[in-house]
Write a protein that binds this ligand. Structure first.
Ligand SMILES: Nc1ncnc2c1ncn2[C@@H]1O[C@H](COP(=O)(O)OP(=O)(O)OP(=O)(O)O)[C@@H](O)[C@H]1O
Length: 140
């Protein structure tokens, strides 16, 4: 059965552009409840750990640099079928291929600076949420 939590980041491009509030509004209006939330900034080393799965990819070094280039917002979200429904809400990785009305279509600047992250599985949602939040920093 699909889990009911996912993890998201509002990435440095969207944070810097002042789009965090508008993105969180879209997330809530799509039926997701925010159960943990913080603004923070990754070091390049922490970004590397978060995206370790991509370390052999050609864009990995640039991705670590970009993800540590400014503040981000991290959040855990709750909804039935959370991972799949959130991936639909954010749209394709490359904003030029994202559907109309999706968060990336509206706010992303490029395939790298693509406004938001969304977990790709229940297992990764749990790992990624635990990467950012202790049990005292979330609504149980
Ligand atoms: N070809 C690329 N060139 C530059 N950056 C890329 C490229 N492909 C992916 N990225 C960056 O790496 C991130 C992780 O890539 P992945 O393939 O996991 O996409 P995703 O699952 O849609 O994104 P995310 O994991 O951030 O939700 C992307 O969101 C993007 O910021």
């Amino acid at each position: 059965m699909a889990g009911n939590r996912t993890f998201t980041m509002i990435k440095p491009d969207a944070f810097a552009a002042g789009n965090s509030g508008a993105i969180l509004k879209m997330i809530e209006e799509a039926g997701f409840k925010i159960v943990a939330l913080k603004a923070t900034q990754l070091t390049s080393e922490l970004a590397g750990k978060f995206y370790a799965v991509h370390k052999e990819r050609p864009f990995y070094a640039d991705l670590c640099k970009y993800m540590s280039s400014g503040p981000i917002i991290a959040a855990v979200l709750e909804k039935d079928n959370a991972v799949e429904d959130f991936r639909k809400l954010i749209g394709a990785t490359d904003p030029s291929k994202a559907e109309e009305g999706t968060i990336r279509k509206i706010f992303a600047k490029s395939i790298e600076a693509n406004a938001v992250h969304g977990s790709d599985s229940d297992e990764n949602a749990e790992i990624e949420g635990n990467f950012y939040f202790s049990q005292f920093e979330r609504v149980l």
